[in-house]
Design a protein around this ligand. Structure first.
Ligand code: NAP
Length: 296
């Protein structure tokens, strides 16, 4: 199997990740790994797809557990000698309630930002050395991850947007921005630094960071000796999943359309989308200046 092509989707036992595996099983020539933090749930999802005549493979992956990520890396290296597609889909959402204490709000915010941003960043850092030339990486952002979610014309909001959207932003600066955000939430003064309304702010911050990270990653790939590696960030739509309390308007299969498309962009001569923020209908949206399409 060494040398044969391989795709990995994180958080794929349900929702958009599951549907992305389903689609890749149909369109990608190679092995497709459905991964999940809970092995029983992941294996049950594989069985469901088997019943449809599809043949995903399985590997455990909890992005919150560094050893789990390292085990997957070692397995991929030994079995395939590389990685061709990585879909960073795993994430969580805890909506804050008005009655939450500052301590609970800070604790929940830390959990969301830790999983959605810091641990996704760590997955990338551990798995990117395996990427082969022409690899495709897809980072699940959100409409909430658009820079305009830092709302308003206050000096603080304008400064914050400028920092996140700087074309020269470094990983160190991004990590500092996110640690500063967590410190501000702990103190209870994050709004003074331009951050928006309370109940969504942890998710918004985590997804803005995922999007900002994607832009830096593509800058790095552009000068990487491995040719033609592309990463994009995507808003999959408002999708009918557990995260969306099953209120989304798109099916999981519709939500997987753009992620699966980005994962299988042609192997040569792709100039666009590249490091781009892509909407669920495959259009490219300007992440820095917007505007966001009306249809979420
Ligand atoms: P979902 O149905 O809740 O699925 C999330 C998946 O991530 C689950 O399989 C979950 O596992 C997994 N996960 C969470 N933490 C994990 C960890 N530490 N390690 C590994 N897996 C973990 O949500 P979804 O709506 O499909 O969301 C998929 C992606 O799309 C997310 O990045 C989300 O932010 C993004 N998104 C969704 C929408 C929407 O409308 N649904 C809109 C914009 C963006 P468990 O089953 O074990 O919890």
């Amino acid at each position: 199997m060494a040398g044969s092509r391989v795709a990995v989707v994180t958080g794929a036992n349900q929702g958009i990740g599951y549907a992305t595996v389903k689609e890749l099983c149909k369109t990608f020539v190679g092995s497709v790994y459905l991964t999940s933090r809970n092995e029983n749930l992941g294996r049950a999802a594989v069985e469901e797809l088997e019943k449809l005549g599809l043949h995903p493979k399985y590997h455990q992956l909890d992005i919150d557990d560094e050893f789990s990520v390292l085990r997957l890396r070692d397995y991929l290296k030994a079995t395939y000698g590389g990685l061709d597609i990585l879909v960073n889909n795993a994430a969580m959402l805890i909506l804050a309630k008005d009655e939450d204490s500052r301590e609970l709000f800070a604790e929940n915010t830390r959990s969301v930002v830790q999983t959605n941003f810091f641990n996704t960043f760590r997955v990338c850092n551990i798995l990117f050395p395996l990427l082969r030339p022409h690899a495709r990486v897809v980072n699940l952002s959100s409409s909430m991850g658009h820079i305009s979610q830092i709302e308003g014309q206050s000096e603080a909001a304008t400064t914050l947007r400028a920092k996140f959207s700087s074309p020269d932003l470094s990983y160190e600066e991004l990590l500092k921005l996110m640690n500063d955000f967590l410190d501000a939430v702990k103190r209870g003064d994050h709004a003074d630094y331009g951050w928006p309304r309370k109940n969504w702010v942890s998710y918004i911050a985590s997804k803005i960071a995922v999007s900002a990270m994607t832009r830096i990653q593509q800058r790095d790939f552009d000068v990487d000796p491995r040719e033609d590696i592309i990463v994009n960030h995507v808003h999959p739509g408002y999708v009918n999943t557990k995260m969306a309390s099953f209120k989304g308007v798109l099916t999981i299969e519709q939500g997987a359309v753009a992620p699966a498309w980005l994962a299988t962009l042609p192997l040569n001569d792709v100039t666009n989308p590249k490091g781009a923020y892509v909407w669920h209908d495959k259009t490219i949206v300007d992440w820095v200046n917007g505007p966001l399409p009306a249809q979420y």
